[in-house]
Design a binder for this molecule. Structure first.
Ligand code: NAD
Ligand code: LMR
Ligand code: MG
Length: 604
């Protein structure tokens, strides 16, 4: 519901520096250089029927709107009414078309009135996240060329080589804080969707606004269109991207290099989040840019922190001290950017706890089964996690998931394969013999259809005492007798907004391992013992702004202690250094934008 008691932002509509929030109830003015119909057609300034009469006079709007002024609260209620009517009227219709209808109504509001859009999004994040983010965003990407009405964000294609440095100045905002970039090559578990993958940066940045209060006037979704290898799209007459196979090798890297140079020439303090790149480019670009630019890869690094926080939670759920993490047997299915990122961070955690990684009992499987040192053409990125063939009771190269689960009896089974339903009934039943009293099953692949198993199947086959997490939301499971199987959403949305916000407010030059580790540790320690004992590993998405403020503060403090923070806005590095933990959280919170109608003041 609309929360009128919230604090309001005085500043952010200017795009000029992030001034502190006011606790007073009068929002600061906003300078506007347009008048008349141009104001109504700019979603950033538009208030629809909410323009007060004096403002209508000042901005030349008189006569362009019906005479009655409708308050923000009334507009909000009217939108929610139409949304709820849509829900009622589409009951019983196919889920996909209902979700798309919901996405359309939200998208229309986004296109028309950003203030109202972000306010309803923030207040109803639990209901709307599955529409603007996973799983519906996957469907939107699959149908993007048909759904396209208006552009959002920027598109740089292979045909723009040599032009990017000037093209970047076509973006109308003077300042950009946060960019989410994709090349569309691995969209969720849906594969190569080419230019249609732009839906992902848009959805991620909506989460940045909702969860981290990044000013929406300073976000930029970007599609790097280097072609697609998706034959269906290449043949589709409506496909909006380049009709050519993906660039490879140096040709590909030259495009990404040029884009990165262009971005940092115009906005040297912008943060770039790489999203949904196929594995080879995800690792290569992270390696290539992470010390030169302020960037991170969400699928590798954001996912790793969320998974590690969840896995540490499952140790606590068993009533064990955190240091027992080193004894956990964890099977990860999927050796891509996400699976390898998770294992790398888990190994780092073991090393911190035990002094070295010898104790780690992790098992990695890909499409060819258990990854061992006997693997032909073993991927160097997977090599550190390859087991010796036969070291566990005859488990050899390429052993199946079922064989591995039966022999290893893992404490946790983590799915990051992108393959829906791969945790079969037999595999889930085998988890009943796990060495853990509360076996964990993380079906983290997105969207819902690609989850390794459903929540209901996990509780049905693996038993009621499991701890369950999925990447896309599932409803809690009714176990009968008043008992409920809790579903956690192990999604990087719990970390990337805080990583971005903490980095921004710290003014860090780059994103260090220490900053990422601090983010994961903060999330891991967020839940109480009682909650984790009840199988609840992550906070409710309803309080995503609170957790993001905490994560952001942890990231900021790590940046300060590692000496990479340079300060942001009118708060310099020295001032950041002197803030207590509580003051840092408050400072991060104060930097969050919050949507209200600001008085508009026209300037030529
Ligand atoms: N929940 C989250 O926060 C989150 C974050 C990142 C990625 N993901 C999801 O994880 C999935 C994988 O992402 P990625 O970037 O690692 O993809 P990727 O393409 O880099 O890797 C996929 C891996 O799965 C393996 N695989 C394919 N079929 C398999 C099978 N039948 N059995 C075992 N392994 C198999 C492949 O060999 C590959 O190693 C996607 O569905 C994505 O949506 C979820
Ligand atoms: O986009 C998500 O929901 C999580 C993750 O980044 C993914 O690629 O699946
Ligand atoms: Mg992703």
């Amino acid at each position: 519901m609309l929360n009128l008691a919230r604090r309001i932002s005085s500043s952010s509509r200017f795009g000029g520096g992030s001034r502190r929030w006011l606790s007073a109830s009068i929002p600061g003015p906003c300078i506007i250089h347009k008048r008349g119909a141009d104001v109504l057609h700019d979603p950033w300034f538009n208030k629809d029927t909410g323009f007060p009469l004096t403002e209508r006079d000042r901005l030349g709007l008189r006569g362009l709107l019906p005479p009655r002024v409708i308050s923000f609260e009334q507009q909000y209620a009217r939108f929610m009414d139409s949304y709820q009517s849509l829900e009622k009227n589409t009951r019983g219709q196919p889920e996909g078309s209902v979700s798309l209808a919901k996405w359309r109504i939200l998208n229309r509001l986004h296109d028309r009135n950003e203030t109202l859009y972000y306010r309803v999004l923030i207040d109803n994040i639990k209901n709307f996240a599955p529409i603007i983010y996973t799983p519906t965003v996957g469907l939107v990407c699959q149908n993007y060329s048909g759904l396209f009405r208006r552009p959002r964000g920027m598109y740089f294609s292979a045909k723009d080589k040599g032009e990017m440095m000037s093209m970047i100045y076509n973006w109308p905002a003077q300042k950009v804080d946060m960019i989410v970039l994709t090349d569309g090559s691995r969209i969720l578990g849906l594969g190569d969707l080419g230019v249609q993958g732009i839906g992902i940066p848009i959805g991620k940045l909506d989460m940045y606004v909702a969860a981290a209060g990044i000013n929406p006037q300073r976000i930029l979704p970007v599609m790097l269109d280097v072609g697609t290898n998706n034959q269906k799209l290449l043949k589709d007459p409506l496909y909006l991207g380049l009709r050519q196979p993906r660039l490879e090798g140096e040709e590909y890297l030259e495009i990404v290099d040029e884009f990165m140079e262009a971005v940092y020439t115009r906005w040297p303090k912008a943060i770039v989040q790489f999203e949904d790149f196929q594995m080879k480019w995800a690792f290569e670009t992270l390696q290539r840019y992470r010390k030169r630019f302020c960037m991170f890869n969400d699928d590798i690094q954001g996912t790793a922190g969320v998974a590690l926080a969840g896995l540490l939670g499952t140790v606590r759920a068993q009533g064990l001290p955190l240091t027992d993490f080193v004894k956990q047997k964890i099977v990860v299915v999927g050796a891509g950017s996400a699976g390898l990122g998770v294992l790398a961070q888990a190994v780092q955690a073991v090393t911190r706890m035990a002094g070295n990684s010898d104790a780690a009992q992790f098992y990695l499987l890909d499409k060819d089964g258990l990854v061992t040192k006997a693997r032909k053409n073993l991927d160097p990125a997977a090599a550190p996690f390859a087991r010796n063939p036969g070291e566990i009771d005859g488990l050899g190269e390429g052993a199946t998931i079922l064989e591995v689960v039966k022999k290893v009896k893992p404490h946790a089974l983590v799915g990051l394969s992108g393959v829906g339903g791969i945790f079969s009934e037999e595999i889930l039943k085998a988890m009943r013999d796990s060495d853990s009293p509360k076996p964990s099953i993380f079906a983290m692949s997105n969207p819902t259809m690609n989850a390794e198993c459903t929540a209901a199947d996990a509780f049905k086959h693996a038993g009621e005492n499991i701890v369950f997490a999925s990447g896309s939301p599932f409803p809690n499971v009714d176990l009968g007798n008043g008992k409920v199987g809790h579903v956690n959403q192990a999604n990087n949305m719990y970390l990337f907004p805080g990583i971005g916000l903490g980095t921004l407010v710290s003014g860090a030059r780059f994103i260090s391992d220490g900053m990422l580790q601090a983010a994961a540790e903060c999330l891991a320690s967020y839940m109480t013992d009682e909650e984790v004992q009840g199988g609840i590993l992550y906070p409710s998405i309803d309080c995503i702004r609170d957790i993001t403020a905490e994560v952001g503060a942890a990231v900021l403090r790590a940046a300060v202690s590692e000496g990479v923070a340079e300060g942001h806005g009118d708060v310099d590095q020295k001032e950041l250094t002197h803030m207590s933990k509580e003051e840092t959280v408050e400072h991060v919170r104060k930097n969050m934008w919050f949507p209200v109608y600001s008085p508009l003041v026209h300037e030529k």
